[in-house]
Design a protein around this ligand. Structure first.
Ligand SMILES: Cc1cc2nc3c(=O)[nH]c(=O)nc-3n(C[C@H](O)[C@H](O)[C@H](O)COP(=O)(O)OP(=O)(O)OC[C@H]3O[C@@H](n4cnc5c(N)ncnc54)[C@H](O)[C@@H]3O)c2cc1C
Ligand code: FES
Length: 353
């Protein structure tokens, strides 16, 4: 289902670190109802008369009055630099309502151990999750393993310190710095490696609680920890992942799709049934966009799941599919930004909410 964009006024900007800012909006303007910790807002901005969409995760808790996202500058990045350099308080921005399935739903009756592994701006959805879990799931523990370059690049350093003091015994934080500038750093100096994460997880393991694992950051890092956790026999349902970027594709292993001919696609979008011809070397989403249909999308790289649909007939091939787990793919869910038809006809629906 495509979610209509909302025009929201930017009420506040906060500088977090040299290259990260937080943008705040009035929650009532964006979400009449609650959102789930871990979800993101899809931003639509116009740059050089071209529409660009990017996802930014909400770091505030669902019970906060404001809703905030944190944007880290990406070198040569189009939208992150635009938001840093061109946006001012009072500007009206075009945003989607909160979306995404990387969520933590607190349950006051549960006794869990939430292990969060984040790198850089990957802390943003996790910040919301931690705050919600600490406040609304008091019998559970949160352990954050957070990798950064150096001390001054730690987003939410002060806020995390305050949380660890307020919720002492419930929240434990490990800052891992790959480069420590002043030599005054008392914490762990290392790259965020699977062995280190393993060691910290084992050190904190409480067998009387049930464990959940949340991974967020650049694609390569998530692939590494996900692979490691799976190899260690952790149930895949307990591993929750949010890819901020897609891992670099190994061209030798990338699937080769069938490129001849085209497929007739019947698509249900916002209650309307559409028929389009999708060339077999083109994605369903690209075809719909080129045909001027308002299909939902954001990252275009198989990471965010904004473009999710359910295939009801035929087959497609997806080159990258980070935002769905195996069970969902088995059930017929597809990422239309990646899906190219491999049968002569396909049917799918976006109306799955
Ligand atoms: C579900 C989801 C949630 C996200 N939440 C946040 C968030 O809370 N805060 C945040 O700052 N970003 C977040 N991102 C990333 C964000 O959506 C953009 O991808 C990022 O800001 C880069 O966009 P850009 O237009 O500046 O760069 P682009 O112009 O798209 O890319 C420029 C170059 O940078 C590389 N690149 C793209 N993204 C990244 C990245 N994240 N890290 C390193 N290199 C990259 C590209 O491969 C390209 O070479 C999220 C992404 C997803 C999918
Ligand atoms: S648009 Fe992000 S997964 Fe398809």
């Amino acid at each position: 289902m495509s979610k209509p964009f909302i025009e929201a006024k930017l009420v506040r900007i906060q500088q977090n670190t040299e290259d990260a800012i937080s943008l705040f909006f009035d929650k009532q303007q964006i979400v009449p109802t609650d959102f789930k910790s871990g979800q993101y807002l899809n931003f639509s901005v116009s740059i050089n008369e071209q529409e660009e969409r990017r996802a930014y995760s909400i770091f505030t808790a669902p019970f906060d009055k404001e809703i905030g996202v944190t944007v880290k500058r990406v070198e040569n990045g189009l939208v992150s630099n635009f938001l840093h350099d061109q946006i001012e308080v009072g500007n009206i921005l075009s945003l989607s309502p909160p979306e995404g399935r990387f969520v933590l739903i607190p349950d006051g009756d549960k006794r869990r151990q939430h292990f969060f592994i984040a790198a850089g701006s990957g802390i943003t959805p996790i910040m919301s999750m931690i705050q919600a879990a600490l406040e609304l799931e008091p019998q559970s523990e949160c352990i954050l393993i957070y990798g950064n370059k150096d001390e001054k690049s730690i987003i939410f350093k002060e806020e995390l310190l305050k949380l660890s003091q307020k919720y002492a015994g419930q929240l434990k934080i490990y800052h891992i710095l790959s480069r420590s500038s002043q030599g005054s750093w008392k914490g762990i100096k290392s790259r965020l490696t699977a062995d280190l994460v393993d060691e910290l997880v084992q050190e904190n393991m409480n067998e009387r609680l049930t464990q959940e694992y949340y991974l967020c950051g650049p694609g390569e890092l998530i692939e590494l920890f996900d692979g490691h956790f799976r190899a260690n026999g952790i149930d895949t349902k307990k591993i929750h992942k949010e890819y901020f970027s897609s891992p670099k594709l190994d061209s030798a292993t990338a699937k080769k799709e069938i490129t001849d001919g085209s497929s007739i696609a019947e698509v249900i979008l916002d209650g309307e049934t559409i028929q389009v011809e999708v060339p077999k070397d083109k994605t369903v989403l690209d075809t719909l966009i080129d045909s001027k249909y308002e299909a939902p999308y954001s990252c275009m790289s198989g990471s965010c799941s904004t473009c999710i649909a359910k295939l009801t007939k035929g087959k497609v091939e997806m080159e990258q599919c980070y935002a769905l787990d195996e069970d969902e793919v088995e059930e017929g869910f597809i990422l239309t930004c990646q899906a190219k038809p491999i049968t002569d006809s396909i049917s799918l629906t976006y109306d799955i909410d």
